[in-house]
Design a protein around this ligand. Structure first.
Ligand SMILES: [Zn+2]
Length: 302
């Protein structure tokens, strides 16, 4: 469901100008007209009343020189600005058939002198809310009365959604809205996509880096030193945590000091990795450390 009443628009009349659409399953469309009148507020007020008097209300009255916008009836019901095409009730074709009377004359296309503003954007927003595409399915508009360039093809009218001039409606003979700049209508109300908030980048936790040289320095200094002596504590902490996770070191010995418990645990890890004899003891090697690093999410370097 699209917008039925445009909140920016003034109301004209009693809001009751038509009824249900005949072919609500067909695509929505818009028909542009010109009032063949002057512009500005006095014309707006006079024409606004006159269209009620003669029972030819459109949905919308718009002044392209002042951006004034008024609405007579709900957009999802019919209006009264078109003649029938034989038995086809053109006012009731499609999901919506939004009739727009623009103050001005077909002979001087309003897009040459108009000043579309926020109300024009509101109108286009409401039109697009019904899924009406920014196209003119019939192609050219009329440059004069009876202009053969302006087609009134029945099959197109019945089946294609989009924008039409009154000059494009079958069964009608008016040539309004004149040769307006079709692209300018859409350009005056660019579709603004709501900017998507940039999702925060998933923070890749930086892996701790452990140097084999630092570990061996810690090993040389901490083992002979009094219990709890630390050297490169941060890196030893990482390796001890990994050995705890491997189930090879009791948590209480993970204290950042490379003591004999840590040394035993590291040797056990090497045996687990298939090292034997001398290869499974002594100074820490880069190759075995890389294996532990790969399993426990840190980076080993020389
Ligand atoms: Zn018309």
């Amino acid at each position: 469901m699209g917008e039925i009443w445009i909140k920016e628009a003034e109301r004209l009349g009693d809001g009751s100008i038509g009824g249900a659409m005949d072919t609500p399953g067909n695509p929505g469309r818009v028909v542009w007209h010109t009032t063949e009148s002057g512009q500005g507020d006095s014309s707006f007020n006079a024409v606004g009343k006159y269209l009620i008097t003669i029972g030819a209300e459109p949905h919308i009255l718009y002044d392209p020189t002042t951006d004034r916008l008024a609405q007579y009836g709900p957009l999802n019901e019919s209006a009264r600005a078109l003649k029938n095409d034989g038995t086809t009730r053109t006012n009731r074709t499609g999901k919506v058939c939004i009739q727009i009377e623009v103050l001005g004359r077909a002979g001087s296309p309003f897009t040459k002198t108009w000043k579309p503003g926020p109300n024009f954007k509101a109108l286009m927003r409401a039109i697009r809310s019904w899924g009406v595409p920014d196209v003119f399915p019939m192609g050219a508009l009329a440059s004069q009365y009876g202009d053969p360039a302006a087609k009134r093809t029945r099959s197109t009218w019945l089946t294609k959604g989009g924008h039409y001039g009154h000059c494009n409606v079958p069964g009608n003979d008016h040539w309004d809205p004149g040769n307006i700049d079709k692209a300018a209508l859409f350009a005056a109300a660019p579709v603004t996509s709501t900017p998507k908030p940039t999702p925060p980048k998933p923070s890749t936790p930086t892996k701790p880096v452990v140097s084999v040289a630092h570990l061996n320095a810690a090993r040389r200094k901490d083992i002979p030193a009094p219990t709890g002596h630390t050297t490169y504590k941060t890196e030893v902490d990482v390796v001890e945590e990994a050995l705890v996770a491997e189930g090879l070191l009791e948590k209480r010995y993970a204290d950042g000091s490379w003591g004999t418990k840590t040394d035993d645990a590291y040797n056990a890890f090497r045996r687990r990795m298939g090292y034997k004899g001398d290869e499974a003891k002594g100074a820490v090697g880069l190759e075995s450390l890389k294996k532990l690093a790969a399993r426990r999410n840190f980076t080993a370097k020389a």
